[in-house]
Design a protein. Structure first.
Length: 199
């Protein structure tokens, strides 16, 4: 019997005849491509320098603040409010917000009322339609001369000291006041000033 023939061996390919298949790209996302986050370690030397810097900065800030003490800068207590001819007859409330006063002019005199209620120190308002000052806190009422006639106010409002400067302007001294409950104080006035200015 004849034996079966052995299968033929494949012929080897010449060098360079096999082209390798390119590798398939891995399935990755954007976050997978980021480098791993390494925790920042603070060395002892750096920590000590940061502590010293903060300490000396605080000391320096306190030292600078020492030379600028906290102080309340109040407005001037003496100020000019113009000439007598600048005011018409009646109550002028243009300076209520700025200086907390009212300039009142009558037929022969001009005076300044301090806009402070004598009850608890609130600031009344001039109500021209009612021809009176009305305190919004507890309802005290004053006439156009500052005399109380309703509410809990115990006495009239105070009047400020007036003077006439060399240039003819009215100088108001806010802290120097004349009270009606002190006999004769509202009568201390004249051409040179006082509780009122004769015009």
């Amino acid at each position: 019997m004849n034996e079966p023939a052995a299968p033929a061996r494949p012929m080897p390919r010449p060098p360079g005849g096999v082209v390798p298949r390119p590798p398939r790209a891995p399935e990755q996302r954007g976050g997978d491509l980021e480098p791993p986050v390494t925790p920042v370690r603070l060395s002892r030397r750096k920590f000590a320098w940061l502590g010293l810097t903060a300490f000396f900065s605080a000391i320096g800030g306190c030292t600078v603040k020492f030379f600028f003490p906290r102080a309340i800068f109040e407005p001037k207590t003496s100020f000019k409010v113009g000439r007598p001819a600048d005011y018409a007859f009646g109550v002028d409330d243009r300076l209520q917000d700025k200086y907390r006063i009212w300039v009142c002019r009558e037929a022969v005199k001009l005076y300044v009322i301090k806009a402070v209620c004598t009850h608890l120190g609130c600031t009344p308002n001039w109500v021209a339609s009612a021809n009176k000052f009305k305190c919004p806190c507890h309802g005290s009422g004053y006439d156009s001369a500052g005399v109380n006639f309703e509410g809990p106010a115990p006495r009239p409002m105070d009047r400020c000291h007036l003077e006439v400067t060399a240039d003819g302007q009215i100088l108001v001294d806010y802290n120097r006041v004349y009270r009606a409950d002190r006999p004769g104080e509202w009568d201390k006035g004249g051409v040179n000033g006082g509780a009122f200015l004769k015009v």
